[in-house]
Design a protein around this ligand. Structure first.
Ligand code: HEC
Length: 120
């Protein structure tokens, strides 16, 4: 006879309890990964140097030269028309002149928060 979820049984695995636990764990993970909490300008800078600095001026100390025809990240960050949200949205669906870098939501948010941190 199948025994399910009996109270006090030492070796009985309760499927319902296991499921409740994993749902809670997934929910906790989603909270931790929500863009607002994960915005990390330092991680965004690393991404910018790696992926964007061949075209854009992303930092005064970047190792490669940017092409002159692209807006610098200082200008974008200083432009009140660009917000963290609008930059992240732009990057999720890039301008045709820019390569599609298939960035994740976390990456676009980190990049956007880095760019806005350059406002001067
Ligand atoms: C292959 C060159 C290239 C790369 C790589 C590139 N961009 Fe761009 N980006 C451009 C060009 C060119 C424009 C200007 C598009 C236009 O105005 O038509 C632009 C425009 C933008 C704009 C909008 C600025 C504005 O005022 O319109 C943002 C924001 C931006 N890039 C962010 C990024 C980020 C972040 C990365 C790295 C993840 C990146 N770009 C990588 C070429 C590039």
């Amino acid at each position: 006879m199948m025994q399910r979820c009996s109270r006090g049984g030492t070796k009985t695995v309760c499927p319902l309890k296991l499921m409740t636990f994993s749902v809670a764990a997934i929910a906790a993970g989603m909270v931790a990964l929500s863009p607002a909490q994960a915005a990390d300008p330092d991680a965004g800078k690393a991404l910018a140097v790696q992926w964007c600095s061949s075209c854009h001026l992303v930092s005064d100390d970047q190792p490669t030269a940017a092409s002159a025809s692209t807006p610098s990240f200082y200008d974008i960050g200083s432009d009140p028309d660009w917000t963290v949200e609008s930059i992240a949205t732009f990057l999720a669906d890039p301008h045709p002149k820019m390569p599609d870098m298939s960035l994740t939501t976390i990456e676009t948010t980190n990049l956007a928060s880095y760019i806005k941190s350059l406002a001067r």
